[in-house]
Design a protein around this ligand. Structure first.
Ligand SMILES: Cc1cc2nc3c(=O)[nH]c(=O)nc-3n(C[C@H](O)[C@H](O)[C@H](O)COP(=O)(O)O)c2cc1C
Length: 222
């Protein structure tokens, strides 16, 4: 098992998995139990997580891929964030790193579409967690859920399990809710595909950088 600093530094998004290497249930439960220690406002622990494996994972993947391939528009209830200025630049740099490693050129629309579709193929991961909270909650509670997500990603990584958080998995909430019997009072915040990394998948060569702390941490003294 890694130490905490090493785990935080080394963790990265994995976008290609061995589909047939299941994470043993006891290992997964240990990781979930660790993530359960995440802090939350008033200790309300508002995350609701549905983990699909086996036939449920296959159904979810099939239905999502079919929706995307049929041209179904993403749900209006899950609008995409629009980034401008420096955030847009970072978003472009992130995509350039990923597409670059995947061998997809700037003007290659079909290649980008294919890369986008990989999200709905769950990057071939054998498991996917769908992370939800109640619909009436706002950004404050979403922050609590984000804490759980990061702790879960780290708990997985320290056990040799790769993962990718995916906002894209909230694009078709009706499909996901139907396949996993997610109650109507919950909204889907993100998915997390996870499993054992296939190092031969080119997307897994991507390495994202971080901006210096001066860019977004502001010390106010005196
Ligand atoms: C909430 C959240 C949603 C994300 N959604 C996606 C996604 O839909 N597809 C994807 O390929 N990566 C997604 N990512 C992964 C980010 O692109 C990645 O974390 C970021 O580029 C930093 O890279 P790293 O995770 O390798 O350090 C998401 C990450 C987070 C935290």
């Amino acid at each position: 098992m890694y130490d905490l600093e090493e785990t935080i530094r080394d963790r990265r998004s994995v976008r290609g998995f061995h589909p047939d290497r299941q994470v043993p249930r006891d290992v997964l439960i240990d990781a979930i139990k660790l993530a359960q220690h995440s802090p939350s406002n008033c200790n309300v622990q508002p995350w609701e997580v549905f983990i699909a494996s086996g036939a449920a994972r296959d159904r979810l993947r099939n239905d999502l891929v079919q929706a995307v391939e049929s041209g179904m528009p993403p749900s209006a209830s899950s609008p995409m964030d629009t980034f401008i200025n420096e955030h847009r630049k970072r978003q472009i740099a992130c995509a350039a790193e990923m597409y670059g490693k995947m061998g997809i050129d700037r003007g290659d629309g079909a290649g980008r579409m294919r890369a986008h579709l990989r999200n709905f193929e769950l990057f071939d991961a054998p498991h996917v967690a769908i992370v939800c909270m109640r619909k009436e909650f706002g950004v404050g509670v979403a922050l609590d859920v984000g804490m759980w997500v990061q702790t879960f990603l780290l708990a997985l990584w320290s056990r040799g399990i790769g993962s990718c958080a995916q906002a894209t998995l909230r694009f078709y909430p009706d499909i996901v809710a139907k396949v996993l019997s997610i109650p109507d009072e919950l909204q889907i915040l993100c998915g997390i595909s996870f499993g054992y990394e296939d190092p031969d998948v080119p997307a897994n060569q991507a390495r994202q950088t971080r901006i210096p702390i001066e860019s977004n941490v502001h010390f106010v003294d005196g």
